[in-house]
Design a protein around this ligand. Structure first.
Ligand SMILES: Cc1cc2nc3c(=O)[nH]c(=O)nc-3n(C[C@H](O)[C@H](O)[C@H](O)COP(=O)(O)OP(=O)(O)OC[C@H]3O[C@@H](n4cnc5c(N)ncnc54)[C@H](O)[C@@H]3O)c2cc1C
Ligand code: FES
Length: 269
C-alpha cells in the first residue's frame, strides 16, 4: 500500500455525470488485483477532509510496466464534483491499492460479470485480468444494468475485448427493459455452471446472490459501503457475517470489498 500524489493524465467525460480519469503513479500498483480500490483525497482547500474510495477501473501500462491507474466515477458530491473539474497535470493524493479483490478459479471456466451503475467500474479491470490469464473471450459474458441509457457504461470497451455483452435499463432506453438479473437468470438456466462476479447496488447484489444460491454456482460480490479510513481503523464499513455463530464483524475495507456472496448479510451493507 502506497500513499502518494498522482498526476492526472486525462479526465474524459462519459456523458453528463460520469468521468474517466487516468492518473500516473510511480510505483505500488504492479500487483494490484481487480476489485481493489484506492482512497482519494483531492486537495483544493475546501474539499472534504475524508478520503473517498474508488475501484481501480484499469491499469495503465507502458509495455509490461504499470505507470498509472484509471478511475471511473460518477459525480454525486463534493469529492467527485471536484474531481470532475480537474484537468491534465493537476494532482490528487492516492492511498492504495487497498482491500481484497476478486479471486479467479484455478482453471479458466465460464464466468459471468455483472455490473450495475457505477459498479461497472472494477469489471473492466477484472475482464482484462482474465484475458491476460489466458481466458478465452468466449468463456466470459458481461451483464450491465443501469437506470437509463447514460448509466450503462463501457459496453464498447468490453466488446473491444471480444466479450459478449448484455445490457438492461430500468426504463428500456438501452438494451432490454428490466433488471440485469433477468438475462443472467436466463443464461444460468440455459448454460448452467458459471462463476459469478458482481458489483453494484445492494439490491442487485442480493438478486444475483439469490440466483447463485438457486443455481448452485459460486459468486463473489463487491460491496460499496460508506468508508472513512479504508484501513480498518474507523468501523465505518462494518458488515455482518451470515454465520449466526460468528460474531466477528467484517470490515469491507480490509476483509472486502469483495466477499463470497453467502458470507455476509447484504441487507446490512
Ligand atoms: C470499495 C468502493 C469502491 C467504490 N468505487 C467507486 C467507483 O469506482 N466510482 C465511483 O464513482 N464511486 C465509487 N464508490 C462510491 C464513492 O466512494 C462514493 O460515492 C463517494 O462517497 C463519493 O464522494 P463525494 O464526496 O463525491 O460524495 P459524498 O458526499 O461522499 O456522497 C454523496 C451522497 O452519496 C451518498 N453515498 C456515498 N457513498 C455511498 C454508498 N456507498 N452507499 C450509499 N450512499 C452513498 C452519501 O450519503 C451522500 O448522500 C466506491 C465505494 C466503495 C466503498
Ligand atoms: S473504512 Fe474505516 S474501518 Fe473500514
Amino acid at each position: 500500500m502506497i500513499l502518494a500524489d498522482g498526476q492526472i493524465l486525462w479526465n474524459r467525460s462519459l456523458g453528463e455525470s460520469y468521468r474517466c480519469m487516468g492518473i500516473s503513479v510511480q510505483t505500488g500498483y504492479a500487483q494490484a488485483i481487480p476489485g481493489q480500490f484506492v482512497m482519494v483525497k483531492v486537495d483544493d482547500g475546501y474539499a472534504p477532509l475524508l478520503r473517498r474510495p474508488f475501484s481501480i477501473h484499469r491499469l495503465i501500462q507502458d509495455g509490461e510496466k504499470v505507470t498509472g491507474i484509471e478511475l471511473l466515477y460518477k459525480m454525486i458530491g463534493p469529492t467527485t464534483n471536484q474531481m470532475g473539474s480537474m484537468i491534465t497535470g493537476d494532482s490528487l493524493n492516492l492511498l492504495g491499492p487497498l482491500g481484497r479483490g476478486y479471486t479467479l478459479p484455478a482453471e479458466p471456466t465460464r464466468v459471468a460479470l455483472a455490473g450495475g451503475g457505477i459498479g461497472i467500474a472494477p469489471l473492466i479491470f477484472l475482464a482484462a485480468h482474465m484475458l491476460q490469464k489466458g481466458y478465452d473471450p468466449d468463456l466470459i459474458r458481461v451483464y450491465l444494468g443501469g437506470r437509463s441509457a447514460p448509466d450503462v457504461l463501457c459496453v464498447a470497451d468490453f466488446e473491444k475485448m471480444g466479450l459478449r455483452v448484455y445490457t438492461t435499463t430500468d426504463d428500456g432506453s438501452a438494451g432490454e427493459k428490466g433488471l440485469v438479473t433477468e438475462p443472467l437468470e436466463r443464461a444460468l438456466a440455459a448454460r448452467g455452471g458459471q462463476q459469478l462476479y458482481a458489483c453494484g447496488p445492494v439490491g442487485m447484489l442480493r438478486g444475483i446472490s439469490a440466483l447463485a444460491d438457486r443455481f448452485q454456482v459460486a459468486c463473489q460480490v463487491s460491496i460499496e459501503t460508506i468508508m472513512a479510513c479504508g484501513m480498518g481503523a474507523c468501523m465505518g464499513c462494518v458488515v455482518n457475517s451470515t454465520d449466526p455463530l460468528d460474531e466477528k464483524c467484517r470490515h469491507a475495507c480490509l476483509d472486502g470489498p469483495v466477499f463470497e456472496a453467502g458470507q455476509i448479510i447484504l441487507e446490512h451493507c
